[in-house]
Design a protein around this ligand. Structure first.
Ligand SMILES: [Zn+2]
Length: 379
């Protein structure tokens, strides 16, 4: 059994990976927790249902990256467990491992953090005055990342245990595959070490920009660093033990399509420039800024999962059109968390689906029911 469930996470991601070998009972990995409110409105209810009165075992909790629309629900979950622990109650969930690349690990020892007071403060989670709102948001998410690390310590949840506490990252050369459980492996596609090593160049480039103030230099660096590099991208593979080909899911966070293609190439996973997986969690809520038609032509899937509610325009109509054009005449199933939503999502989907039903009858679209906390697909 190998299944992915996308919870109603509004404009963020909150995913449950479920797996089992043979007749084993289902095991669980939680990937991201969505923005504010998602833990209370969807995640907690779903976990309680799965728990069914017993203690729920989470093999792993993974934060793809520290943006608020991915990490906040996990902070709420960990806070909830700490409250129960402090009051002497038995926690309902056991978390065996946390995958989390803190900003300190990503950028802490590097020149920028040493040379710039602003970047140095940001690594520690302090929000210096005078930053532009987008950079301020980045720095605020650094603090959330540090909070999560501290909560994990309080709960004795080991961080990045499978790589001895180091960064979760893809190597410069070759393939890093980590055994997660019997039959289940994660191959790391991102963030890539070679991109992390480019941080020094990025810092030098920011410093040489004409007439830049220390704040502007730091802002330029932070704005490019955190969103671009920190999404953990994994190719999850589950072998059922019955000799069949393993099932594969590409779990992408908000990573850019180009960086993922590089990561797949470096890991030797592209054949004739492409790869087919059973499921693609479409990156960055279907934002057209993180994908192009070429990506969908080279990374093909039987099932596509998109989490978004229209905020920031996600999923963009353009992205859906690129996916459709890349797979014209071929069958696929796409699963979306919201049929109706903000910023014109309803109308965008109305128009798109009308054309699709006429021209691409093999493309099937599924939406979370309004009264359901999630939409899922079992491979
Ligand atoms: Zn996001």
């Amino acid at each position: 059994m190998f299944a992915l469930e996308a919870l109603q996470a509004n404009d963020g991601d909150c995913l449950l990976l479920r797996y089992a070998r043979g007749r084993q009972s289902d095991k669980l990995i939680l990937i991201d927790g969505g923005p504010r409110g998602v833990f209370q409105a969807a995640l907690r209810e779903r976990l309680e249902k799965l728990r069914g009165g017993r203690k729920l075992d989470l093999r792993m909790v993974m934060v793809s990256h520290i943006d608020a629309d991915h990490i906040t629900g996990l902070l709420d979950l960990f806070k909830h467990l700490i409250e129960l622990q402090d009051s002497g109650e038995e926690p309902p969930y056991r978390i065996r491992s946390l995958w989390h690349n803190s900003f300190e690990k990503l950028a802490g020892g590097r020149a920028a953090a040493v040379e710039s007071a602003v970047v140095g403060a940001a690594v520690g989670g302090a929000v210096p005055a005078g930053l532009d709102p987008p950079v301020e948001a980045v720095v605020a998410s650094v603090r959330q990342g540090n909070d999560l690390r501290n909560y994990a310590r309080k709960l004795s949840v080991p961080i990045n245990r499978e790589v001895r506490g180091e960064l979760i990252s893809a190597p410069e050369r070759g393939r890093r595959t980590i055994r997660i459980d019997e039959g289940l492996t994660f191959t790391l596609i991102g963030p890539q070490e070679k991109e992390l090593n480019k941080l020094e160049d990025s810092w030098k480039a920011a410093k040489t920009a004409a007439q830049a103030t220390p704040e502007a230099i730091a802002a330029d660096y932070l704005n490019r660093t955190v969103p671009n590099l920190s999404s953990i991208v994994v190719l999850a593979e589950m072998a059922d033990g019955a000799g069949r080909e393993p099932k594969r899911m590409l779990l992408t966070g908000d990573a850019g399509g180009d960086l993922m293609l590089e990561g797949l190439e470096d890991a030797g996973l592209l054949k004739d420039g492409g790869i087919h997986v059973d499921l693609l969690k479409v990156q960055h809520h279907g934002s057209s800024h993180s994908v192009a038609q070429d990506f969908f032509e080279r990374v093909t899937a039987g099932h596509y999962v998109i989490s978004g509610n229209g905020k920031h325009g996600n999923p963009h109509g353009k992205t859906l059109e690129w996916l459709s054009a890349a797979r014209a005449g071929q069958a696929y199933d796409a699963y979306l968390t919201n049929r109706q939503g903000e910023e014109g999502l309803t109308e965008v989907l109305d128009r798109f689906l009308q054309t699709e039903s006429r021209s691409q009858p093999l493309h099937r679209y599924h939406f979370r029911r309004d009264d359901a906390p999630s939409i899922g697909v079992e491979l």
